[in-house]
Design a protein around this ligand. Structure first.
Ligand code: ZN
Length: 237
């Protein structure tokens, strides 16, 4: 029980604290939803990255196949020419071209095998990323739905709490409301704190004896306030 004279104010403070608590939870909800949406976006991003890596490798493979085909055609032409030349140095030059072409084809084919291996790996990464989102998406969507429901409930809670605060205000003496509103406007709730043990329940500094006595016994007119932080002091009996 608090000192008689502050009872109505403490009722107001309690209701105000509840209202603040609901408001804080309500304010936090969009951030929580955004955090889940960011996770979904990150997982979709991983899928897209794996997909574009895979597609890039497929294009590389196609280019290599084109190179192989055109080099094979060149080698074929050289062979045809070779069958028709009479001079030995021309024949040798074509043999050289054919050898070069075959070596190039060998290199392209080797590179193609490497790319095919990379394609398999990229496909696996794509499948893993896709499976992960598929696994998680229902959970993410469920959480977002829950948060949206919570947001709706909290909005109602705030409204209800505001009504209770408004109902408590007319019962509080005017001088108390004035101090309370001034203190409530700044950070550092609660506004009314205990002076038990000779320390301010807000800033924890020592409360002078006369204020402690005033908080405990009251004198019917004055309100004890902390000389350090200005909070209203009351005695918890
Ligand atoms: Zn204080």
């Amino acid at each position: 029980m608090a000192a008689q004279s502050l009872e109505k104010l403490l009722v107001l403070q309690e209701r105000d604290s509840k209202r603040l608590n609901f408001e804080q939870q309500l304010q936090a909800t969009p951030r929580e939803i955004a955090a889940i949406e960011a996770k979904v976006a990150a997982e979709k991003g991983a899928i897209e990255a794996a997909k574009s890596e895979w597609h890039g490798l497929e294009s590389k493979k196609k280019l290599l196949e084109i190179e192989i085909k055109s080099t094979e055609e060149k080698v074929g032409k050289y062979r045809t020419q070779q069958a028709q030349v009479r001079k030995n140095d021309e024949y040798q030059a074509l043999t050289h071209e054919i050898d070069n072409g075959l070596a190039a084809i060998g290199k392209f084919e080797e590179e193609e095998i490497g790319v095919m291996f990379q394609i398999d790996e990229a496909k696996k990464r794509f499948a893993v990323a896709e499976a992960e989102l598929k696994n998680n998406i229902a959970g993410y969507e469920g959480k977002i739905r829950t948060l949206r429901d919570r947001e709706k409930n909290l909005r109602e809670n705030v409204k209800e709490a505001e009504g209770l605060v408004a109902a408590a205000r007319p019962d509080v003496p005017a001088n108390q409301i004035k101090i309370y509103d001034r203190l409530a406007a700044r950070p550092g709730h609660p506004v009314c704190v205990t002076a038990n043990g000779g320390r301010c329940g807000g800033c924890h500094l020592k409360v002078p004896t006369h204020l402690e006595v005033l908080a405990k016994n009251g004198n019917g007119t004055e309100i004890a306030t902390c000389s350090q932080c200005g909070r209203i002091l009351y005695w918890q009996f």
